[in-house]
Design a binder for this molecule. Structure first.
Ligand SMILES: [Fe+2]
Ligand SMILES: [Fe+2]
Length: 256
């Protein structure tokens, strides 16, 4: 595998600003913007989140392309799946760019973080798809599920339907990750364990300091708290046991 290019060298227009996720969190904290468990849902937060997803989709496209490039010896069907994913993510980036514009902003109006791209550092394709397809895109299912509920509450059919359309694709990407993580590690439990451990680190990073919950754990689901999209994850090939593990880890991190 060739060395991964640093995130600040990804091709972007001049008006884009790239920062480390930690740096953005620190600045937000300094400005008194750090959230508790609940996400505020004013228009500005929604606009910024849609922009964050837009850049996430760009990086998802780049990451799938990078995976295709990095593992020329992987099975042909694996490469085909990655190529298809590049095409899907390109459409997602376009959809979210339009949603950002629909909300009155433009690409580059908000800072882009490098978190997704950083996950492409895994040197084993099994770990790569475990971390990106199952970890990050599993999270995307949770985020999209929540945004759809918010759009429904706001009576915004444009956002609701656009995201529902993207969510259908993300479910297939997570399923792809589940399939390849298992197939590539067949007969090699150590390799499977390493891939799962890499996914665990990704899941941990995105636990939002205990900000995620299972819908059943909420006293009142007002759409403000990120929940685990159980149904979407089951469709995406997560086992009940894996979902349970995720729930346990969110409960654990919620405790402190
Ligand atoms: Fe996507
Ligand atoms: Fe995806």
């Amino acid at each position: 595998m060739e060395r991964c290019i640093p995130v600040d060298r990804l091709a972007r227009p001049d008006n884009f600003v790239l920062m480390r996720g930690r740096q953005v969190r620190d600045i937000r904290e300094e400005q008194g913007l750090e959230r508790n468990n609940a996400l505020p849902f004013d228009e500005e937060t929604l606009r910024a989140r849609l922009h964050g997803i837009y850049t996430g989709e760009l990086q998802a496209m780049e990451a799938a392309g990078r995976t295709l490039f990095d593992f020329p010896d992987a099975p042909w069907e694996f490469q085909l799946d990655m190529a298809r994913q590049v095409w899907d993510e390109a459409r997602h980036a376009e959809i979210f760019q339009r949603l950002v514009e629909y909300m009155g902003a433009a690409p580059g109006d908000y800072v882009e973080t490098e978190i997704l791209w950083r996950c492409t550092q895994a040197e084993d394709p099994a770990a790569r798809v475990a971390g990106i397809n199952r970890g990050l895109e599993g999270l995307a299912c949770d985020v999209f599920d929540q945004l759809i509920r918010i759009a429904q509450r706001n009576g915004d059919e444009v956002i609701e339907r656009s995201i529902d359309y993207v969510l259908a694709d993300e479910i297939t990407h997570v399923r792809m990750g589940s399939k390849w993580m298992r197939k590539l590690t067949e007969g090699d439990p150590d390799r499977l364990a390493r891939a799962q451990a890499f996914q665990d680190t990704v899941d941990e990073v995105f636990n939002f300091r205990g900000g995620r919950r299972l819908a059943e754990d909420l006293e009142k689901d007002d759409g403000m708290t990120l929940t685990i999209a159980r149904e979407a994850r089951l469709l995406a090939g997560f086992t009940e046991e894996e979902i349970q593990r995720l729930i346990e880890s969110t409960r654990k991190s919620a405790a402190y």
